[in-house]
Design a binder for this molecule. Sequence first.
Ligand code: PLP
Length: 358
Amino acid sequence: AFNFNAGPAAIPLVVLERAQQEFVDFRNSGMSIMEMSHRGAIYESVHNETESLLQKLLNIPAGYKVLFLQGGASTQFAMIPMNLLGAGQVASYVLTGSWADKAYKEAKLIGETHIAASSEADKFMRIPSLNEIEVPDNAAYLHVTSNETIEGTQFQEYPSTGHVPLIADLSSDILCRPLDVSKFGMIYAGAQKNLGPSGVTVVIAREDLISSSPKTIPTMLRYDTHFKNNSLYNTPPSFAIYMVNQVLKWIDEQGGLTAVEKNNREKANLIYNTIDHSNGFYLGCAQPESRSIMNLTFRLQSEELEKKFIKESEQAGFVGLKGHRSVGGLRASAYNAVPYESCKALADFMAEFQRQNG
Ligand code: PLP
């Protein structure tokens, strides 16, 4: 299948095959990794190696900790203000689309909020430019959504926020390109797009932000619980973390994030070029300077034609090209694991569909 699902999304075939080989008997233990104690030496080595691999790939500086949490990125929407928004402070958000809006609405349930910039007037089809973003002095943090999975927009550069920690939801673009982690107080991502299967959420945070949470927060929702216990306070999603470990090794084998970015740009260009050279048959949704290299959104002239496109694409072996139900249209999610060949096949299919229906 040419899998363009938005999430859970494709996992590299070689990773699935390796996991299959180790599935029943992990490292000659006579057991599957998912049957092992999370306090045992074998699991712990996988757990710690997964953190080291992330440190290596993202070049994470000293003073940052990687956490493996549950509850998805959606739980981070609440944990961030619960842990970090103090009295007399505001939680500041850049509103770029559906996911930023969800994060912002969770923060509103917890305390005072502020909108640092918004592209709602442009139907969220662009990322606000850096000089539109205003961060108040009493902001506890500035939250951005690095890549809007539904609208298909992506930050090309991130704001500098001075003493205010910058927090980013990278659920749909973590590891798609190199990242200067030192610019951020915290980044987080549900694993199920670029990191592995659903069930684990990766948080990478400056240690000073997560080492002492307000005492009123329930234990599992406190960052300091997980920081002090190396994400082993309770039973972690061990199998999902093992799969993330395998995906990270695969990224390393590809040549790291510089090589991954080059491949992702070539993949995205195939499809954006097809859109841009279609004389208006295909219409890109996002404004060109805000286009995502992970989620490529486009439309056809009518919903009827879009339905036909989806039907015929499915018959041709393409999966997941229907746009999100809230915005309609079409969306190709070309995460790291989607091969160049799948994008080439899609570009060819699009050209042929235009030839027949244009
Ligand atoms: N943030 C972004 C940018 C997403 O794309 C998603 C899911 O698609 C989420 C948050 C929610 O993640 P989860 O399902 O892990 O809660």
